[in-house]
Design a protein around this ligand. Structure first.
Ligand code: HCA
Ligand code: CU
Length: 376
C-alpha cells in the first residue's frame, strides 16, 4: 500500500475554531506532541499576530522531525514573514472560484493567475519549499483550476492542496476532482476537506484514492465552522483500512484529545469515534455477554491501541449475563436465580446507565477481583 501522510493544522485551521486561541507555550507543546505522534507536517500561521510569529520561530527552532509549514497569504510581504521565521516550508492560498475571485478578492482570473505564479516564483527563488492551495477549488471552474495548477507546477511549486473549502463534495466527486488534476500534473497533492455535511474524512480518503498523498487534520477536528477531519479518525483509518505505513503512536490519540479539551474547553461529543466517552462502552446484554468472552465481537480496534478504555455499562439492558458478571465483581454468589433477579432489578430501575466498570483485559479483571476480595 502507498503511504498517505498527515499534515496537522491544529495550530492554524484549529485556531480558526470559534473560541480557540492557544498560548505560545501551548502551541509549542502541541507541536512537540504532534511530532512525537508521527505526523509528517505541522502547519502554523505566522502572519496572524506577533505572538504567532514568535511561536512559529520557536517551533521551527525545535528541530522536530515533522516539517513546520508557515501558512501565509499569497503576497510577497507574507513570504518575507515566513523567511523571517527561518521557515524551510511554507504554504499559501488564493481563492480561485468565481465567487472568491469576484466577491471576496475582487480580482480577475488573469490577476489570480499572475498572483499565484508570482508568489510561487518569489518563494522558490528564496529557496523555500512550498505548497499552494487553490482555495475553494471544489467550486472552481475545472478548466481554470487546471490552468492554475499547471502554471504553478511549472513555476516549481512542491505540493498543491486541493481543498473542499465549504464541505460540499461527496466522496465520488472528490475522487474525480483529485484524479482530474492527478492525470494532468505530477506535483504531489494534499486534500483539505471541510466537514459542513459530515463527509470530511470520507471525502479526504476518496481524494487519496484519486491520487492525493496527504490529508489535512486537526486534533478532534476543530476548525472554521464544523472543521476538518479529526487526527484520531484519520490516523486510525490510514493504519487499519488503508494499511498505510506511517508508524503513528496511536496510543497517544486519547491524550492528544484530552490536551485539546484542557486547552480549549471543547469536550468531544459522546459518540465521537475513537476518543469519545462512549467509543468503547458496551451496554446491551447480548453485547456484554459477547464482550466478556471476546471483546473483538463488538470492537473493531482494541481500546488500548488508541489510548482509550473499554467500559461495560450495567443498566436496564444488562440482562442475566451482565448481572452475573456484576455479581462476580462484587464477590456475590452467582447462581442463575440470583442473576435473574438482579437483572430484573436493574431493568426496573430504568436509569439508562446505572454503573460503568472499566474492563481492559483479562489481567485487569483479575486485579479488580483480587482488590475486591482484599477489601472484603
Ligand atoms: C483558509 C482556507 C483553507 C485553506 C486550506 C489549505 C480552506 O481558511 O485559509 O491551505 O489547504 O479551507 O480552503 O483552510
Ligand atoms: Cu480550511
Amino acid at each position: 500500500p502507498k503511504k498517505i501522510r498527515i499534515l496537522d493544522s491544529t495550530l492554524r485551521e484549529g485556531e480558526q475554531h470559534p473560541g480557540v486561541t492557544f498560548s505560545n507555550k501551548q502551541r509549542i507543546q502541541i507541536a512537540w506532541m504532534l511530532d512525537y505522534f508521527g505526523v509528517d507536517q505541522i502547519e502554523i500561521s505566522p502572519v496572524v499576530s506577533p505572538d504567532h510569529k514568535e511561536a512559529t520561530k520557536t517551533i521551527i527552532k525545535q528541530g522536530l522531525k515533522a516539517d513546520i509549514v508557515a501558512h501565509v497569504r499569497a503576497l510577497k510581504e507574507d513570504v518575507d514573514v515566513a523567511l523571517d521565521c527561518d521557515a524551510t516550508w511554507m504554504a499559501t492560498y488564493l481563492g480561485i472560484s468565481e465567487i472568491h475571485m469576484k466577491d471576496k478578492l475582487r480580482i480577475t482570473r488573469e490577476e489570480a493567475l499572475r498572483r499565484s505564479v508570482e508568489t510561487v516564483e518569489y518563494a522558490k527563488s528564496h529557496g523555500l519549499k512550498m505548497r499552494f492551495t487553490v482555495e475553494d477549488g471544489s467550486r472552481a471552474d475545472p478548466e481554470f483550476l487546471l490552468q492554475v495548477c499547471k502554471e504553478i507546477s511549472d513555476a516549481g511549486v512542491d505540493r498543491i492542496s486541493l481543498p473542499d473549502t465549504v464541505g460540499i463534495m461527496r466522496p465520488n466527486g472528490m475522487y474525480h476532482f483529485v484524479k482530474s488534476v492527478r492525470d494532468e500534473i505530477d506535483t504531489a497533492l494534499d486534500v483539505h476537506c471541510h466537514n459542513d455535511i459530515g463527509l470530511a474524512l470520507a471525502n479526504a480518503l476518496a481524494g487519496c484514492d484519486g491520487g492525493a498523498d496527504q490529508i489535512h487534520t486537526t486534533i478532534d477536528g476543530i476548525g472554521e465552522r464544523t472543521g476538518i477531519p479529526a487526527l484520531a479518525e484519520t490516523a486510525v483509518a490510514l493504519t487499519y483500512l488503508y494499511k498505510s505505513p506511517n508508524n503513528f503512536r496511536l496510543d497517544m490519540l486519547m491524550d492528544l484529545s484530552r490536551l485539546i479539551e484542557q486547552y480549549t474547553h471543547i469536550v468531544p461529543y459522546d459518540s465521537k469515534p475513537i476518543v469519545g466517552p462512549t467509543a468503547y462502552k458496551h451496554k446491551a446484554g447480548t453485547h456484554l455477554a459477547a464482550i466478556l468472552r471476546n471483546p473483538a465481537a463488538y470492537e473493531p480496534i482494541e481500546p488500548k491501541v488508541v489510548g482509550n478504555r473499554r467500559r461495560i455499562v450495567f443498566g436496564e439492558l444488562a440482562g442475566k449475563n451482565g448481572a452475573a458478571y456484576l455479581m462476580s465483581l462484587l464477590g456475590l454468589d452467582q447462581n442463575e436465580e440470583h442473576a435473574k433477579s438482579v437483572a430484573a432489578g436493574l431493568k426496573n430501575l430504568r436509569m439508562g446507565d446505572l454503573l460503568e466498570i472499566p474492563l481492559d483485559d483479562k489481567l485487569e479483571q483479575k486485579i479488580i477481583k483480587s482488590e475486591e476480595s482484599m477489601e472484603r
